[in-house]
Design a protein around this ligand. Structure first.
Ligand SMILES: [Zn+2]
Length: 116
């Protein structure tokens, strides 16, 4: 994947996250708040939480996402973008197309998630 494309995509994602969280902070959580880039784990359905908790959860998820994107931009600067931070193998092009902020190869990511 072209690093210039990756950087552009990451910066776009960062911008969208900023817009989404600003909207959230100003209007409160609601059905209109869309955080399309935030991982929504099906098991973490927050529908039973009160609005404030839901808003906080969304903001927290967005902040986590933002950190991943910033780290990926840092790796672009360092020239290590596209290699797994754990095992050092090249992350597949297909994976980076979908998740340019990915820090790990699929294998290490699933290990990291198992450990969490
Ligand atoms: Zn790996």
């Amino acid at each position: 994947m072209d690093v210039q494309d990756a950087r552009q995509q990451l910066e776009q994602m960062l911008h969208e996250l900023d817009t989404a969280t600003t909207t959230l902070e100003h209007e409160g959580a609601g059905d209109s708040a869309e955080l399309s880039h935030v991982d929504q784990h099906p098991g973490d359905n927050a529908s039973d939480l009160v609005d404030q908790d839901r808003e906080n959860a969304l903001l927290e998820a967005a902040e986590g996402q933002r950190e991943q994107i910033r780290a990926a931009l840092q790796r672009l600067d360092d020239g290590t973008f596209g290699t797994c931070v754990d095992c050092g193998v090249a992350i597949s092009e297909a994976r980076l197309m979908v998740r340019p902020e990915a820090a790990r190869c699929v294998e290490c990511q699933s290990k990291a998630e198992d450990a969490a």
